[in-house]
Design a protein around this ligand. Structure first.
Ligand code: PPS
Length: 575
């Protein structure tokens, strides 16, 4: 493997201990305090253990942290672009003692590594944010997220890895730096271009990466990020299946696919430089710095924020120290007259250039329209259609909100029966009363308890929607903010339709089917919505129904017509 590029700092780090030592540590660890790692920290730890972050031999201590923040150097002088600390909250820090060991555990409680605590310190988060994101105003959201999620204390010390974090998916595509280097050696690859992408690759990206590799005289490693996505992002499974579709379409022996367990930070140029180091440690000599462009679906939102020239300039400027060559990812477009993709910059005025945005692709998928062959490979389109089926195949949630006695349950029941009559999807009714009996039996009617109740309903509804079913919810849900939360929870899984059953209070009170309004007026029932507790009228309702004005049949029909207009059910079905 001598002909391969040297890892950053000279040698590939391996923090995994021998099985005997691992067994010994497991035996000793029973009394140790635990540090439960979140997914971001697990990604960092995985790359620390397997040498992806060489020469780091652990999370940074105060000296490395200060050196990196002030002059992009570790304490020993090695170039390093951004801080990488193990951050813990005060309560966790209070359980740790300098000189004593702690168990680093994953979300299931599996011990991944032992950390002998050498430092417990308070990093200067302002300096860290500046190092991570620069002074650029465009990174405001990332900075705000950083301050929100980062606890005050950091711990550092010697790490002994017991096992890599467990992955059940795409195992054959998760080679470590050492395994990848061995593979390159076997394949006779010396020059390797890393194409780190977080998007679906269509034909334009394939041509761009192929051209870049050929011009650099390099082989191509498609190295997508599958670590931590930002909240609200779709999972990586469909993306990886799309990459698997595209790899065979490169010339024979030119391209390989490997998955990178990387937590993107949403940083700018310094993050691009960190990625350059990680690719170098994986044996790559060239790094294709992607620009945020058009034509992306299933994008990892907010990741990584090197959407402009600054990232490329930074990687180029530090190329000597990084030891890896920057290759700009150029935009390619389809020239209809030439029947091939060309560089956007090289298009002539008489070229008929075709382009499509991610939004176009999403809309076409939602409506079941064609994705043209010039844009994407058929296998990629097939995978996208499986992941993002048209609305007629998606699950959805109908969330009815309104006062007690407004007619929510009647509409919900009618809708349930009608949808069952139409067939196709499973239908689950989460009526207010039912939920309170089964799911939220311990809850009362304070704002806190009501919000918790609605969040539970939202969680169940999102899971049903994700599975392609229909959830019909009918709680009072008097507060706007938690209704929003539920919308946000369900939207990534399918459709969300908010129905405001707007029957006026006087009508509900006059009906008083359960005699509750009378009791509320008499003060026997406290915190009663509409009487002694607020109801915030939704301004974002998709459908509004006043059951004082329409019959139950008409009310159900209004919802069905909305579902038809939006494409969730077909026209004939709504009749
Ligand atoms: S919430 O606010 O969404 O959590 O309420 P929900 O789970 O829908 O429960 C409302 C039903 O509980 C009965 N009930 C009360 N409602 C409102 N305020 C108070 N204080 C209260 N106490 C009991 C009432 O019967 C509601 O049922 P519906 O079907 O809406 O009439």
């Amino acid at each position: 493997m001598d002909h391969l590029i040297k890892p950053h700092g000279g040698a590939l780090v391996n923090l995994l201990v021998e099985p005997e030592r691992a067994a010994e540590i497991r035996g000793l660890s029973r009394e140790w305090p635990s540090v439960d790692l979140d997914r971001r920290q697990l990604c960092d730890l995985e790359l620390l253990l397997n040498g992806g972050l060489s020469p780091l031999e652990g999370f940074m201590g105060a000296a490395d942290f200060a050196g990196v923040c002030s002059r992009m150097r570790l304490a020993d002088g090695v170039f390093w672009p951004l801080p990488l600390t193990l951050d813990v909250d005060e309560a966790t820090a209070a359980r740790l003692t300098v000189g004593e060991p702690a168990a680093l555990r994953d979300g299931e409680g599996v011990m991944i590594a032992a950390l002998t605590v050498e430092e417990i310190f308070r990093p200067d988060r302002e300096a860290e944010a500046a190092a991570l994101f620069g002074a650029d105003d465009r990174n405001r959201d990332s900075v705000a997220r950083f301050f929100h999620r980062t606890p005050p204390v950091a711990i550092a010390g010697r790490i002994e890895g017991l096992q890599p974090p467990v992955h059940y998916d795409f195992r054959e595509l998760r080679l470590t730096p050492l395994e990848l280097r061995r593979k390159f050696a076997r394949l006779g690859w010396r020059k390797v271009l890393a194409y780190q992408t977080h998007r679906i690759m269509h034909r334009a990206q394939q041509v761009a990466s192929l051209t870049a590799a050929q011009e650099a005289g390099a082989s191509l490693l498609i190295h997508p990020v599958v670590g931590l996505n930002q909240p609200g992002d779709v999972d990586h499974y469909a993306r990886v299946r799309c990459y698997q579709e595209i790899v065979p379409h490169y010339p024979a022996f030119l391209a390989r696919l490997n998955l990178l367990p990387l937590a993107v930070r949403g940083g700018g140029p310094s993050e691009a430089m960190l990625h350059a180091i990680i690719h170098k440690n994986h044996g790559c000599t060239h790094f294709m710095v992607e620009q945020n462009g058009e034509g992306s679906v299933l994008e990892v939102r907010g990741a990584p924020g090197y959407g402009d020239a600054r990232a490329r300039e930074a990687v180029s400027a530090h190329a000597a120290e990084l030891g890896i060559e920057m290759v700009p990812a150029e935009e390619f477009v389809y020239a209809e007259n030439r029947k091939r993709h060309i560089r956007a910059a090289g298009a002539e005025t008489d070229d008929r250039v075709l382009k499509m945005t991610g939004e176009d692709v999403r809309n076409r998928l939602a409506d079941g329209r064609e994705i043209p062959d010039w844009f994407s490979l058929p296998g990629v389109v097939r995978e996208l259609r499986r992941r993002l089926p048209g609305r007629n195949l998606q699950g959805f949630t109908v969330f009815c909100t309104g006062l007690s006695g407004s007619g929510k349950s009647t509409i919900a029941n009618g809708l349930r029966v009608k949808l069952l009559e139409l067939g196709g999807r499973g239908v689950t009714l989460l009526d207010g009363d039912l939920v309170r009996k089964n799911l939220s039996s311990e809850l009362g009617f304070s704002k806190e308890h009501r919000d918790l109740n609605i969040r539970r309903i939202g969680f169940v509804a999102s899971e049903i929607t994700r599975g392609g079913g229909v959830a019909i919810c009918a709680p009072i849900a008097p507060y706007d903010s938690v209704r929003h939360e539920v919308r946000e929870m369900v939207r990534p899984c399918g459709g969300f339709i908010l129905v405001h059953v707007s029957t006026p209070l006087e009508v509900c009170e006059a009906r008083d089917r359960k005699g509750m309004y009378a009791k509320a007026r008499a003060g026997i029932i406290k915190e009663f919505t509409g009487i002694s507790d607020p109801y915030e009228v939704p301004v974002d309702a998709d459908v509004r129904i006043d059951t004082a004005q329409v019959t139950p049949d008409e009310a159900v029909r209004e919802v069905l017509l909305y579902l038809e207009r939006e494409g969730y059910i077909s026209a004939a079905e709504a009749e």
